[in-house]
Design a protein around this ligand. Structure first.
Ligand code: C5P
Length: 401
């Protein structure tokens, strides 16, 4: 059920005896790697406690629409935007009726109006209530509006009746939820991406660095997460916000970046080095601020470790992708890096051209492997990152088989 990895599921629980099974459903979503937030209606809370659901989901349970404390945390609109999928299980006849007419008289029904995420219902009720013409008309209306109706199952009911109205089992519901998401190209894969510049300290207030904005690495991190990967972003100092659902590790120097990168290798399938690592660092960092004295001063520099080469030579070597920013002989120089650094792929970009590469929003690159070259036309870094992730995934799969 890798499709649920990193997905955000809003689990609505309404009043019905099947609510006790929703605890298991919540656990199954979590086990599959999803983030879960539970919205419990007053009826639902008669059957299962918020404490149980808080413990299983790892998040506070949302119960009230007009609760100033809750609104100050994650308000109802924020919650509606947060969800990738809304699953209401069990969905009572009352909730189905209210959704069918578009009411917003409690937190869960309001969320269903406000969200743009798909909504799925797992009806659970007495068989006569399910068969009732009004319930059937309401369900038909909701299906027409695009809501997914999962179940109900047929069988013995808690009230002693037998017939349609049983909530589907948690395993079946979790499988239905997984089927809502296309398996990403990198589903279940772990990827580490370095991004941004490094800062090499001269003294407590000065450093050597470069103009890298980190945009390409951050766009790749987002695209990899969209493709289902678990992403660690080892980032030098940049002014970009951390992408959602990405594990960002902030570093300053090349040595810190190397240590943070190596620490991910126990669980890393693909390593992408998009950082502009300073080639040299001051041989010594002055303890105190260096005073202005002579007309000239010299700073002795020593070579920094090459992060991607170290990773590529590691015993637990992941699939390695490097970048090559060149001002001349693009392909020749990039191919040299592929061989020298023992990489699987090199993303080459010509930084002599205005409007692409360093610090700009656009880029145009050529992907190079042992067999050949693929040129990707100029596009936004976001668009290009998606294309690159798809190509990296394809090369990774080919090499793994
Ligand atoms: O050798 P050059 O700096 O041009 O190589 C660029 C590639 O190597 C990029 O992928 C960059 O992130 C990586 N690199 C590194 N550690 C360094 C220098 C470069 O990982 N010290």
């Amino acid at each position: 059920m890798e499709q649920l990895s990193n997905k955000r599921i809003l689990l609505g629980i309404t009043g019905g005896i099947a609510a006790y099974k929703s605890a298991e459903l919540c656990r199954q979503f979590k086990t599959a790697g999803a983030e879960v937030r539970v919205v419990l209606t007053p009826g639902g809370a008669e059957f299962i406690t918020p404490l149980t659901l808080q413990a299983l989901s790892g998040n506070p349970v949302h119960q009230q629409l007009l609760d100033p404390a809750a609104e100050a945390g994650m308000g109802h609109i924020e919650l509606a935007k947060w969800a990738d999928l809304v699953v209401i299980a069990p969905a009572s006849a009352d909730m189905i009726a209210r959704l069918a007419v578009g009411m917003g008289n409690d937190l869960l029904s309001t969320l269903c109006l406000a969200t743009e995420a798909p909504i799925a219902l797992a009806p659970a009720m007495n068989q006569a209530m399910w068969r009732d013409a009004r319930t059937q008309a309401n369900v038909a209306r909701l299906a027409e509006l695009g809501m997914k109706i999962w179940g109900p199952g047929v069988g013995d009911q808690a009230c002693g009746d037998s017939g349609p109205g049983r909530m589907l089992e948690p395993e079946q519901l979790a499988a239905e939820a997984a089927a809502c998401f296309a398996p990403g190209l990198l589903a279940g894969k772990r990827i580490t991406i370095t991004a941004g510049p490094t800062r090499e300290a001269i003294d407590p207030v000065r450093y050597i660095s470069n103009h890298s904005s980190g945009k390409m690495g951050y766009a790749l991190a987002e695209a990899a997460r969209e493709a289902g990967a678990e992403v660690t972003l080892v980032s030098g100092p940049v002014s970009l916000p951390a992408p959602a659902r990405v594990n960002r590790i902030a570093v300053n120097s090349a040595e810190e970046m190397l240590a943070a990168s190596l620490a991910t290798l126990d669980e890393c399938d693909i390593f992408v080095a998009a950082a502009a690592v300073a080639d040299y660092r001051p041989a010594e960092v002055a303890e105190q601020k260096i005073k202005k004295r002579d007309e000239q001063m010299q700073i002795a520099l020593v070579k920094n470790p090459d992060i991607i080469s170290t990773v590529a030579g590691h015993a637990r070597r992941p699939f390695c992708v490097g970048f090559a920013a060149e001002t001349e002989k693009l392909i020749e120089h990039a191919r040299g890096k592929l061989e020298r650094k023992q990489l699987d792929l090199v993303v080459a970009n010509d930084v002599s051209q205005p409007g692409i590469g360093f610090n700009s929003d656009d880029n145009a690159v050529t992907l190079i492997d042992k067999a050949g070259e693929t040129r990707l036309a100029q596009a936004s870094k976001t668009q290009l990152a998606r294309e690159l992730v798809a190509l990296i995934a394809r090369h990774y799969e080919n090499q793994a088989t």
